[in-house]
Design a protein around this ligand. Structure first.
Ligand SMILES: Nc1ncnc2c1ncn2[C@@H]1O[C@H](COP(=O)(O)OP(=O)(O)O)[C@@H](O)[C@H]1O
Ligand SMILES: [Mg+2]
Length: 257
């Protein structure tokens, strides 16, 4: 199982849309078995896949209970080969409890849990909250790679240096295998300034930028009202086509290593 964190300290940069689109493309186009980890208390990923609930277990249970039963926590979805570890607002108090419980390591809990199901999936995609907190640190510790969605606007680069530093610290101290796979430009509108922003990224962040840009598409709003992955909702929309191209580019880059 290859584990990928979709991460950025900013909200609204398409972390969730990217996670959902990657999960859909990998499972439906490439027949990969995908485990999606919703690591954001907002639970948007869980909602899109129809598994948001307060009646079932969620990632909060995994963070708190060493003996949590993964078979109880992992939810099957209506999509073949997509399972989800859902999140809801209980993750907020769970995070505080993890911080207070030093009886066992705090940063490796997700990794320990995911290792138990590593043989069941080809990819694990972790959708993160716009924060550096104990949940996102757990995600980076559990990941082989990080993909950073970036929406280029005047504040686009806030937090990117901090995120890169966090990735480096995690690599040095807890997860030597962690790789910054690349930045993915999302909500692309061919506006003046976007190229300058992209150049800044390449020069200042020293991070690969995927060739594929995800174009802005009005269809995305409709897909979110219907709680459907954009590729399912409108396969011909610009965003859906770009996400399919991105996944193809992502897989080619993986093969190159
Ligand atoms: N390519 C796109 N075209 C149109 N709207 C988009 C696109 N990407 C993201 N959005 C919109 O931007 C908002 C934030 O996306 P989301 O995936 O929830 O970001 P995040 O998880 O980073 O907060 C949502 O309303 C989403 O519908
Ligand atoms: Mg989100």
């Amino acid at each position: 199982m290859k584990t990928v964190s979709i991460i950025n300290l900013k909200g609204g940069v398409a972390k969730t849309l990217t996670t959902v689109s990657m999960a859909y493309a990998l499972s439906q186009q490439y027949n990969a078995r995908v485990l999606v980890v919703d690591n954001d208390k907002q639970g948007n990923c869980s909602k899109t896949f129809g598994v948001h609930s307060y009646d079932r277990q969620s990632i909060a249970d995994l963070m708190l209970d060493r003996d949590a039963d993964l078979a109880e926590v992992i939810q099957h979805t209506k999509y073949d080969r997509i399972d989800v570890i859902p999140a809801n607002m209980t993750l907020l108090t769970a995070n505080m409890q993890v911080m207070m419980d030093s009886s066992r390591p705090q940063q490796t809990r997700l990794r320990t849990a995911l290792r138990k199901v590593a043989d069941l999936y080809d990819y694990c995609l972790i959708d993160n909250a716009p924060d550096i907190n104990i949940s996102t640190v757990n995600a980076l510790v559990a990941s082989d790679e990080a993909v950073i969605p970036v929406k280029i606007d005047s504040y686009a680069f806030d937090g990117l240096i901090e995120l890169k530093n966090q990735i480096e610290i995690t690599r040095e101290e807890l997860n030597p295998g962690l790789r910054l796979a690349g930045c993915l430009i999302t909500c692309f509108q061919r506006q003046a300034g976007e190229q300058t922003g992209e150049d800044w990224l390449r020069e200042n962040l020293d991070c690969p930028v995927y060739k594929t840009h995800i174009r802005y598409s009005g269809k995305v709003v409709g897909s979110s009202f219907e709680c459907k992955p954009i590729i399912e909702y409108s396969k011909t929309s610009a965003a859906a086509r770009d996400y399919l191209d991105f996944v193809s580019e992502f897989l080619t880059a993986e093969k190159r290593g």
